[in-house]
Design a protein around this ligand. Structure first.
Ligand code: KMH
Ligand code: ZN
Length: 275
């Protein structure tokens, strides 16, 4: 079993509206403050979606570059840009995210129903993303919304080779309406499927909405790592909105410590992920 816990914070996402969730960090200043505080609490990776001046999701190249530079200047966090964006983002813009030079980027391993929408990830698009990341030295985090996405990852690595750095890290995004459920049984099934992936493959897990805590506990007990943040849940407990991303990171750190798997430092996280 892995000793420490890699903690990723996903502070913003593309789905919640600032008007409905005022604590959501949407400006660069809000993001930087969140990043610094989450790092101090024990986060090692930040999964970044950015917003425009109206707080709408954007993949604007200038803003992405500015965000990567500012995060690097103010923190030692591993900067992982979302290549998923919002469900409405065109493939070309999602590929261009890599031009902003992040340490890591997400790479979703297949199409999934996403509430009333469809999060489209065609095979050719996935191959493009994976091979461009190899060429540019960007380390992927393979996002797994459904069990078949792990089969697609096995096929991808078999045909196109290992990612930059040689280490494979996946993130189980569980409990999306349309994807795999956020349950212990499903997490165990997903972990079993990692046997078909290269030795040493690591996983994080996050549960959307009310599956946050069951998934967190299941992942810790199964030797996995954690992703938390307001991208995935805006409710701390029944009837209690999340006050900040720090509240979610602090809770995850507390659970990780209870499990005797304390948070990895950013240096340890870089080592783990092959950065
Ligand atoms: N916003 C979702 C449509 C990712 O960041 O790569 C996609 C998503 C996954 O959040
Ligand atoms: Zn995301």
């Amino acid at each position: 079993m892995t000793t420490g816990t890699l903690i990723t914070v996903a502070p913003t996402g593309a789905e919640s509206a600032k008007a409905e969730v005022p604590a959501l960090p949407v400006t660069l200043d809000e993001l930087l403050l969140t990043a610094k505080e989450c790092e101090a609490l024990g986060a090692a990776v930040i999964h970044v979606h950015i917003r425009d001046d109206e707080a709408r999701p954007t993949l604007d190249q200038g803003r992405l570059r500015e965000t990567v530079a500012a995060l690097r200047e103010s923190t030692d966090l591993i900067v992982q840009l979302s290549s998923g964006g919002a469900v409405t983002d065109p493939e070309a813009d999602r590929l261009a995210v890599l031009d902003a030079g992040p340490d890591m980027a997400s790479c979703t391993m297949g199409t999934v129903n996403f509430g009333d929408d469809v999060f489209l990830n065609r095979w050719e698009f996935i191959v493009d993303l994976h091979t461009r990341m190899q060429e540019r030295g960007v380390v992927p985090e393979y996002e797994i919304f459904d069990l078949g996405h792990l089969t697609a990852l096995q096929r991808l690595l078999g045909k196109y080779g290992l990612p930059h750095g040689g280490h494979v890290h996946v993130d189980f995004v569980m409990g999306v309406p349309g994807g795999m459920p956020g349950t212990t049984e499903t997490l165990v099934a997903a972990r079993q499927m990692l046997r078909d992936l290269p030795d040493g493959t690591t996983f994080s897990a996050t549960g959307i909405g009310r599956s946050t805590i069951p998934v967190l506990l299941a992942s810790l007990s199964a030797g996995g790592h954690l992703r938390v943040g307001m991208e995935d849940t805006v409710t701390y407990a029944k009837g209690r909105p999340v006050e900040s991303n720090m509240q979610l990171v602090a809770r995850a750190v507390g659970f990780a410590q209870l499990a005797q798997r304390p948070p990895l430092t950013t240096t340890e996280a870089r080592e783990l992920l092959g950065l």
